[in-house]
Design a protein around this ligand. Structure first.
Ligand code: SF4
Length: 211
């Protein structure tokens, strides 16, 4: 939901440790501040949060996610869940599953972490279930021109992807990096018909925490 003011609920914990992750502070399950589900709903109310994005970390590995979604949905909010697509949960009352499968370009530099990452970053069966069971978009992070072949192979393996729901976004932690890589990614989009994801939070606020 590009451009719509939204409340972001960031859940702690992610096993993937992607090299370019811009929310490394959320990797540890014990990071952040502990809130009850009711408190999260109250904060969303206070922020006039009709649109809520539940993100991470990796929300789909958090056992409290179904209860959180149900509580937030009770006030008729539009709920998006952002996930790397590494785990499946049925019957979540979300409006959009925003799936960002991780490519080999996200491998951590640490060799031990790289093994864990490679083992769990792409589960085609889980991705298929997410696509089959939820309204979805599929977002790929592009670091270089060479990534396009891997993106197309992944889509082919999935087999059931509506190409109109595929988005490409430049890998960038800063505004300068984003502006430098955007023309390459925009060009890929022109040739493939995939949508360009502008990453407004980096363009406008240089990825400042809390934006
Ligand atoms: S999956 Fe997302 S939150 Fe987890 S390490 Fe990768 S970019 Fe960061």
């Amino acid at each position: 939901m590009v451009g719509i003011p939204s409340v972001f609920v960031r859940l702690a914990g992610c096993p993937l440790r992607c090299r370019w992750c811009d929310t490394k502070y959320a990797w540890d399950e014990k990071s952040g501040t502990e809130y009850s589900i009711n408190e999260v709903a109250e904060i969303a109310d206070g922020a006039d949060g009709r649109f809520v994005v539940i993100t991470g970390g990796e929300p789909m590995t958090n056992s409290q996610l179904p209860e959180l979604v149900q509580k937030l949905k009770a006030s008729d909010r539009h709920i998006t869940i952002e996930t790397a697509g590494i785990a499946f949960m049925p019957d979540l009352a979300c409006n959009l599953m925003s799936i960002s499968p991780k490519l080999s370009n996200s491998a951590p530099d640490d060799p031990k972490l790289a093994v864990i990452h490679e083992d769990s970053r792409l589960d085609i069966a889980v991705l298929r279930k997410l696509i089959d069971n939820y309204k979805y978009q599929l977002k790929f992070v592009v670091d270089s021109q060479a990534n396009l072949a891997e993106i197309q192979q992944t889509i082919e393996k999935l087999g059931n992807v509506n190409s109109e729901k595929v988005m490409l976004m430049p890998q960038a932690a800063t505004r300068d990096e984003l502006l430098a890589k955007s023309p390459m990614v925009a060009d890929m989009c022109k040739h493939t018909g995939f949508a360009f994801c502008p990453r407004l939070q980096i363009l406008l606020w240089n990825n400042e925490r809390g934006t």
